[in-house]
Design a protein. Sequence first.
Length: 95
Amino acid sequence: DVLRIIDKGKKQGVVPVHVSHESYAILSLSVFNIKISKYSANEELLLRIPVPEIAAICYIKDDQQHILAIKFGSQESCKLAVLLCENKPAAEEIC
């Protein structure tokens, strides 16, 4: 299911096929939330996901890409955050 959604996002241009340095991000994990910030001087907040809203986190290897998918939200509104990791160990460490 997740891979199908990611493939659809790639076709629609919502999920990038390749990542550039402008797309690099910092993932911070605490007991309260997952925070994703832009990798830049000001570390602009891109996404904050409270831990109770996380339904699942999965690792997918597709076309030599290491994808981390975070399913979150409420029963009424489910969302998916897609992160491309540099390598398998980095993705597995986050999982």
